[in-house]
Design a protein around this ligand. Sequence first.
Ligand code: ZN
Length: 191
Amino acid sequence: MRAGFPDFRLGNVLATSFTGTLSERHGNAVERIPAPHRLVDWLAVNGLAVDSCTTAQLDLARELRESIHAAATAAAIQDALPASAVQVINDRSAQGRAAAILTPEGERRWRLSSASCVEDALSVIAADAISIIAGERDGRLALCASPTCQAAFFDTSQSRTRKWCDMNTCGNRQKKARFHANQRKNPRPAE
Ligand SMILES: [Zn+2]
């Protein structure tokens, strides 16, 4: 974590953690990867360490991010997938060379073709997005119930009834808002 930059929101689904690097899209949007080195930081936290990132690569990453957001949102509301978003996701998926590696401990790691290849890292994220949008994984795409967020998230809860992209942020805020609204409706008598 570096001072002066918004924290990352951590999730357990790579593609939607990535789209979460721009939050509050329908409110006061917070850009969590405002500079190339913050994308480097985000990739490191998510098991895709790269040595460096150019402004052009950051642009590619943000274009992919917004394309995943658009396609996942359409999928969540069972709308037709936007063709331009699909194109970007497919281009990024095809233009990287990353290999899945099985560790001796039985975990999957990603090996990028070279340490400077942001494109390789983006291809892993694009492939992750494809797997959830295509319904290949166990879970359901849904939109966050917070009106200022509305982020597409991947619900892997048993009941598939999760309402918020993140319990600690959107979930909490909504609960607090409802609590205050109820208090206004039913003011406690003065003591
Ligand atoms: Zn949310």
